[in-house]
Ligand binder design. Structure first.
Ligand SMILES: [Zn+2]
Length: 488
């Protein structure tokens, strides 16, 4: 037994030492820097040790100095106002933005100070993507379900590092087995964004997210789970009691919000687009279980019927809503429900084989994207932004470009506010289940230090966010620098 422990400890020490950088990161200088950032900042505990008593520290002869990073001469986009500030200075202590000032800031004498001369560049909050499936970007659908779980997690880890290097410091994951990935990122084992996980997407028999083959029917309640359920990708439930059970299983694993599928979807083999899936009683059971845990339910829904039923059951956020009508848009606005929209690139639709069921469904849904944005604006709906890239790693590289594509409907400043301060308000609905207590999506005193230093003014030229390798010269998450091309 003791030998086993010694062996494992030695293995871990080996893995944390030289050369064990996050794999799969893009080649080139960014990858090197990110890996360095990740390695030198891991594990988190060695960077921000718990405060020891002064006596103990003196006795040890090495008082741990708090890390302070001072950004000098930056113009701030604060995630709220649609303009940049005058030249300013921002001091980060530990993982918190401690001071924001237009006059020079005196750094504390007892700190380990790093000064970054911004040279008039833009300092902005880290970007937030409100609709991702972090485990389902790199694999094919078959690999995601039937492939080796270890491989899938390592691939997702590499994608998470890329996500962070695109300037996305937080994502809301709305379906997939991300709990392990999140833990590895939070512990500093790999570099990646903060993840607000939903865990398995909960659906009905035949609903969006039920990826079973027909030969797997019938299902017996309490019987063997399908493969997608075993790995935590989806969860099938066909009564209020079953819904409660599956919701509570996700909450037990650390879900920060719950995702249900209230209507048909494009990528699922057996769910018609027009179908409303859960009954109102089933949706209400999920809402009740989530609210008892202090958080909320969000649903996948396209049609007015599915959206309206979800709202009647107390659902607080609608994903997509692409086929909604005026009356439904009005209802969403009146009830103060969030609408989580995605300007899905047409490549996703075109990637589906012509003549397939999925392609036909996509052809029906896609024209609704523009209409949903127009209705959201018309009725001043609380609107979040996300990408929803599935099984398309090349497209995921366009995450920033997809954000920039919002200029079809919004000014660059409005789009950037949506992907920072506004998305953070949606995340805050997780209440006490928020895994990262503190303020996200803003540059202000007391907020969590997730920051990007941009070479240029993204409000004047939003295309800057489409090329993060070139234009994001510093990427900081939780007070730690993962990329800094200004350092020599
Ligand atoms: Zn999705």
């Amino acid at each position: 037994m003791r030998d086993n422990v010694r062996f494992l400890t030695a293995m871990v020490a080996l893995m944390l030492s030289a050369g064990c950088a996050p794999s799969g990161a893009p080649s080139g200088s960014d990858a090197g820097r990110a890996a360095t950032g990740a390695t030198t900042t891991t594990p988190a505990a060695t960077v921000s040790p718990p405060p020891a008593s002064p006596d103990a520290a003196t006795a040890a002869g090495a008082a741990p100095k708090v890390a302070v990073i001072l950004f000098r001469n930056v113009r701030i986009f604060d995630g709220k106002a649609e303009k940049l500030t005058d030249p300013s200075n921002v001091m980060v202590r530990g993982n918190i933005i401690e001071r924001v000032s237009s006059v020079s800031i005196q750094t504390p004498a007892d700190a380990n100070v790093t000064v970054i001369d911004g040279g008039g560049r833009t300092l902005m909050p880290g970007l937030i993507d409100a609709h991702v499936h972090q485990m389902l970007i790199r694999p094919t659908p078959a690999q995601a379900i039937a492939g080796d779980v270890g491989y899938n997690n390592i691939a997702a880890g590499a994608e998470a590092t890329d996500t962070l290097l695109r300037g996305f410091t937080t994502v809301r994951d709305v379906g997939g087995p991300t709990f392990g990935l999140k833990q590895a990122i939070d512990e500093g084992i790999i570099a990646g964004p903060r993840i607000f996980p939903s865990g398995a997407m909960i659906t009905i028999t035949g609903g969006h997210g039920d990826f079973r083959q027909l030969y797997e029917l019938p299902r017996t309640i309490g019987g063997t789970l399908s493969r997608a359920e075993q790995i935590g990708g989806s969860a099938v439930a066909d009564s209020p009691d079953e819904v409660r059970l599956r919701v509570r299983e996700q909450l037990m694993q650390g879900a920060s919000q719950i995702k249900l599928s209230a209507g048909g979807g494009v990528s699922s083999p057996h769910s018609p687009i027009d179908a409303s899936t859960f009954t109102e009683a089933e949706l209400r059971a999920a809402v009740e279980a989530a609210e008892n845990w202090g958080t909320y339910v969000t649903v996948h829904a396209f049609t007015p019927a599915a959206i309206q039923r979800a709202i009647a059951a107390g659902v607080r956020c609608i994903e997509h809503g692409f086929l909604m009508d005026e009356a439904t848009a009005k209802l969403i606005a009146e009830k103060g429900v969030w609408l989580s929209l995605q300007p899905l690139p047409d490549e996703l639709r075109q990637g589906l084989p012509v003549g397939s069921v999925q392609r036909a469904k996509a052809d029906e849904v896609w024209p609704g994207i523009a209409r949903a944005y127009e209705l959201a604006k018309k009725y001043k709906i609380k609107t979040a932004w996300g990408t929803d890239i599935l099984f398309a790693p090349a497209l995921a590289q366009q995450q920033g470009a997809i954000l920039a594509s919002l200029v079809r409907w919004y000014t660059p400043a409005e789009a950037l506010v949506m992907a920072t301060g506004t998305n953070a308000q949606l995340l805050a609905m997780s209440g006490k289940r928020n895994p990262y207590p503190g303020k996200l999506g803003v540059v202000e005193e007391g907020a969590l230090a997730d920051l990007l230093l941009v070479d240029g003014n993204p409000i004047a030229d939003i295309k800057l966010v489409a090329d993060p390798a070139k234009n994001f010269v510093v990427i900081m998450k939780d007070g730690k620098i993962y990329k800094n091309t200004l350092a020599h």
